[in-house]
Design a protein around this ligand. Structure first.
Ligand code: CTP
Ligand code: CA
Length: 223
């Protein structure tokens, strides 16, 4: 936990945050997923709670324990995360999507284990709902924050995502930075707004990224 109690500058603020990967089952015993650790989203939830916010954390399958004082909803698939985040965001003031939501799910998942067959196998995938875009379409007064991992043209792509999804800003990172992004305790991100303006932050702990993110969200609210 934090050594000393930080200022309670988020008292009365309701924060909804998503974390981790999703699992998209092909059959009852097989799924596709990604290496998201959930650490970034848990850091946002922990820091927001420490600063006095009322926090709901919706997380995919991760190896992280519940945080004291944080309402935690554990889900598996993108469809489950979609439903849980829409519910959590309903009365939230700040909504943060750190989750690595699978873009596709099996179009026709098998209800029994698929036996192995000789030769190649084809699986048809269908697009998952875009949770951030759905939240952006009903944005109201909420501050809406996304994340994006890109391998090139990062700022332009992130700005395009912020516009398309109606997010106030997106925190951009790159999968290749050692010790950052998937699984690391640090992160090095660039805050990108829909208008293409951006601020590169130094490499700091995920908790420090969380704290700066919450400062930037408060600034959007005008406080
Ligand atoms: N996101 C989401 N729902 C999805 C996919 C993404 O809410 N089905 C959110 C992520 O949580 C993240 C932001 O959208 O905050 C950007 O995710 P990203 O995967 O970079 O965006 P995509 O639109 O899926 O674009 P890409 O083709 O680059 O994967
Ligand atoms: Ca994606």
């Amino acid at each position: 936990g934090l050594l000393s109690s930080p200022p309670q500058d988020l008292a009365g603020v309701r924060v909804a945050v998503s974390a981790g990967p999703t699992r998209e089952y092909l059959d009852p015993v097989r799924y596709i997923s990604n290496p998201s650790s959930g650490k970034m989203g848990f850091a946002v939830a922990e820091v927001a709670r420490a600063r006095g916010a009322d926090v709901t954390l919706v997380t995919g399958p991760v190896g992280l324990a519940d945080l004291p004082g944080v309402r935690t909803v554990r889900v598996e698939s993108a469809l489950e995360m979609h439903a849980a985040m829409l519910e959590a965001a309903r009365d939230a003031n700040v909504v943060v999507m750190t989750a690595a939501v699978a873009d596709y799910r099996a179009a026709d998942p098998a209800t029994e284990k698929r036996p192995k067959t000789p030769g190649d196998v084809t699986v048809t995938f269908t697009p998952n709902p875009d949770i951030l875009a759905a939240l952006g379409a009903e944005k109201g007064e909420r501050v809406l924050v996304g994340f994006a991992m890109e391998t090139d043209a990062g700022v332009a792509r992130a700005a395009e995502k912020a516009r398309r999804k109606n997010a106030d800003f997106i925190l951009l990172n790159y999968p290749t930075k050692v010790g950052t992004a998937f699984g690391g305790d640090d992160n090095e991100v660039t805050l990108v707004r829909a208008d293409g303006s951006f601020e590169a932050w130094p490499r700091v702990s995920k908790r420090e990224v969380a704290s700066r993110l919450l400062d930037a969200a408060l600034a959007v609210r005008g406080g």
